[in-house]
Write a protein that binds this ligand. Structure first.
Ligand SMILES: Cc1cc2nc3c(=O)[nH]c(=O)nc-3n(C[C@H](O)[C@H](O)[C@H](O)COP(=O)(O)O)c2cc1C
Length: 347
């Protein structure tokens, strides 16, 4: 329901739409093909039912957690997304300010409109990761990784589900061309919409990347236990369970539907992140219950950015955090560690 006073994440969506160029809006909102995965990312959370615990003293709730030894105020993080300048002239600088104000870790996309050093300088003490699309040239990749490390990004999330960009038909129809952003060489091979094309990135390249990356490495875009295990064996410290917001392979399963098998296979050997369609604090609680350590939010952050810059980003993330806190109270959880699989009804 749209309103002038947004009180939940979905309230921001129609407000953002009216403020954006229609082609840019479709780039943010669209999925691949018939957008089945895009829609299912929402439905997958809605299908899950909770089994609340009662009569727990929940007057004090601790949402804090850690990721690779870094303290986080809560387990909700910002997913990497390209081209924040389409939403707001302050672009990723405003996103960084808003995320820091809400105590949320920011994952900055390689296709950031603002150079990573500038984003880092906005909130030097705030927790941040860098998402990597590998340039074709290994030397370019290595220097980009080291730039991120030097700028205080404390982990690297390498996206593994984009050998080719998905068929985002809205962009085709709109003849939308994405600007490559601040970090990729101008001659990076791209498809006609300007998206990075790197079909040669494989397990050997991942091993090489591991060898040159001095910070924790996360494989982003895994949907199967066998791939998750292979990534762990290749030295990854984290697995980001995701179908890329439904923007890559249409009808690919939702991240949350893949999460139990990945959590089962990986156990404590890697940090687990899940994303896709998270629009409620209750979704975050479900992701944590099914084994994720952190839950990432994508599109709603861009909606907040489009509506009210840094303040909109902050508000979106604070709403999600406060909803998680309420969901914890109503399921008898005093801490993130109390959010266990038995809270979810068996399928
Ligand atoms: C506009 C947009 C741009 C994105 N750009 C990137 C990107 O540059 N790198 C990446 O790994 N994922 C990218 N993603 C995927 C997100 O990181 C994340 O997996 C997804 O958006 C989560 O789903 P949600 O938007 O429904 O929360 C993008 C998503 C959107 C919506």
């Amino acid at each position: 329901m749209s309103t002038d006073r947004p009180i939940n994440l979905s309230d921001y969506e129609p407000m953002a739409r009216t403020r954006m160029d229609p082609g840019a809006w479709d780039y943010y909102a669209g999925g691949a093909g018939d957008e089945r995965s895009l829609a299912d990312n929402r439905l997958a959370w809605d299908r899950l039912r909770l089994r609340p615990r009662v009569l727990v003293d929940v007057a004090q709730r601790d949402l804090s957690t850690t990721a690779f030894g870094v303290h986080l105020d809560h387990p909700i993080i910002v997913a990497p997304m390209a081209a924040h300048d389409l939403a707001h002239p302050d672009a990723e600088r405003a996103t960084a300010r808003g995320a820091a104000a809400a105590g949320a870790l920011l994952t900055l996309s390689t296709i950031s409109s603002v150079p990573l050093e500038e984003v880092a300088a906005v909130e030097p003490a705030a927790p941040r990761w860098f998402q990597l699309y590998t340039p074709v040239d290994r030397a370019d990749t290595e220097s980009l990784v080291l730039r991120a490390v030097n700028a205080g990004f404390s982990a690297l999330a390498v996206t593994v589900d984009l050998p080719l960009p998905g068929n985002r038909e809205r962009d085709d129809r709109n003849r939308f061309v994405l600007h490559m952003g601040a970090h990729l060489p101008a001659d990076q091979p791209t498809d006609e919409t300007g998206i990075v094309v790197l079909p040669t990135f494989d397990w050997d390249e991942l091993l090489w990347l591991r060898s040159v990356c001095p910070i924790p490495l996360i494989a982003k875009g895994i949907l199967r236990a066998d791939d998750a295990l292979r990534a762990v064996h290749a030295g990854c410290d984290g697995i980001w369970v995701s179908n890329h917001g439904g923007r890559q392979l249409d009808t690919a399963i939702a991240g949350v539907d893949a999460l139990p098998e990945v959590a089962d296979a990986v156990g404590d050997r890697a940090l687990l992140v899940v994303d896709g369609g998270v629009r409620r604090g209750i979704d975050v609680l479900k992701g944590l219950a099914l084994g994720a350590d952190l839950v990432a939010v994508g599109q709603p952050v861009l909606w907040g950015l489009a509506v009210d810059g840094a303040d909109g980003v902050r508000h979106v993330l604070e709403i999600a955090r406060d909803e998680l806190s309420l969901a914890m109270a109503l399921t008898g959880c005093r801490s993130v560690a109390d959010i266990t699989p038995d809270l979810i009804q068996a399928p």
